[in-house]
Design a protein around this ligand. Structure first.
Ligand code: NAD
Length: 307
């Protein structure tokens, strides 16, 4: 049983991560998966030997010693973890190590910390936060960076699992430190994305050349990920989402979700950032457009009237 892994949430990130986990654990080890969308679990089991489809998250917990969750929002992680903790049948015979729950979802520190407490209190194992960056490409190529919040004694066990799914594992500090680091990073991104879009919108209104401007910015102090890699103006960076109609990339709705979680996390700690609140209002406006909501967040430029 100790050689059985559980995986819950087989979406854009989770599916390719589960594929990597399956290919890297020993052939004799089992991978038990669950997703509310049964079709994705069935697809994984059809594609790979040694994948067992569970009917509930609870069944995953009954059968696995190490369980990875990759779910959209705090409420999903909360309901899945709680459903696994119900006391019947647990702990399992033959499970000599306690369960390890590794949550790779981006959620708020309050929910993550409360779930870690609930898991500990139930006596059924440990819960650590390990959100990631690197996107779907990083998930596919197992080049993700994980930001982990875990106690010293869990580090080796967590590392052994995550190194199969990514290439850089940073232990930030005690439990909840990982989600805090992730949200701080995405807070900056949410604002930089608007800053870059507004600056480019200004520049087009002034009729200055965007390619020249971008070269200047990228060797000056305004340089940031949106100007270097995820440029909002179509055609400036060839393989950026803006150059393919704002498809792929990091959806506006997800960017806004992370910004909202960062604001929630800040409030939980007694700090009220001002820029983030204004940015959140703007993203909410963009989200009212059903198309832009699901397009890459650099579509902010188009929302502001850019072409
Ligand atoms: P997604 O929506 O593509 O996938 C989520 C999966 O979870 C879906 O298959 C869905 O059916 C399943 N699910 C939802 N509720 C469930 C439940 N109660 N029980 C079981 N399965 C359930 O999301 P994603 O893009 O894979 O993102 C997952 C997490 O990773 C999010 O927290 C996101 O913020 C974070 N993240 C995403 C990216 C990215 O580029 N997509 C990058 C870094 C971090």
């Amino acid at each position: 049983l100790n050689a059985t892994y559980g995986f819950i949430g087989l979406g854009h990130m989770g599916y390719p991560m589960a594929v990597n986990l399956r290919s890297k654990i020993p052939r004799s080890a089992r991978l038990v998966v669950f997703d509310t969308n049964r079709a994705v679990s069935d697809k994984l089991a059809e594609q790979f030997d040694g994948v067992e489809v569970a009917n509930t998250a609870r069944e995953v917990a009954e059968k696995s010693a190490t369980i990875v969750t990759v779910l959209p929002r705090p409420q999903h992680v909360q309901s899945v973890i709680r459903s696994m903790l119900q006391p019947t049948k647990l702990p399992l015979d033959g499970l000599d190590k306690k369960r390890l729950f590794i949550d790779c979802s981006t959620i708020d520190p309050g929910t993550s910390g409360a779930l870690a407490e609930e898991v500990k209190f139930s006596g059924q194992g440990d819960f650590v936060d390990a959100p990631m960056s690197g996107g779907a490409v990083g998930a596919r190529d197992a080049t993700l960076t994980f930001m982990v919040g875990a106690s010293e004694e869990l580090k080796d066990r967590v590392h052994a699992v995550l190194i199969m799914l990514g290439k850089k594992i940073v232990f930030v500090g005690p439990q909840t430190s990982g989600v805090k680091a992730k949200l701080a990073n995405n807070y900056i991104l949410a604002i930089a994305n608007i800053g870059a879009a507004e600056a480019m919108r200004m520049a087009t209104a002034w009729n200055i050349d965007i390619t020249t401007l971008t070269d200047i910015i990228n060797s000056s102090t305004g340089r940031c990920w949106p100007t270097e890699a995820n440029h909002p103006v179509p055609g400036i960076i060839q393989d950026s989402p803006s150059s393919r109609g704002y498809t792929g990339g990091f959806a506006t709705a997800l960017m806004n979700k992370d910004l909202h979680l960062a604001l929630m996390g800040a409030a939980q700690a007694g700090f009220e950032p001002s820029l983030g609140r204004v940015a959140h209002e703007l993203y909410c406006e963009v989200e009212k457009d059903e198309e832009m909501k699901n397009q890459d967040c650099s579509v902010m430029y188009k929302f502001l009237g850019g072409r």
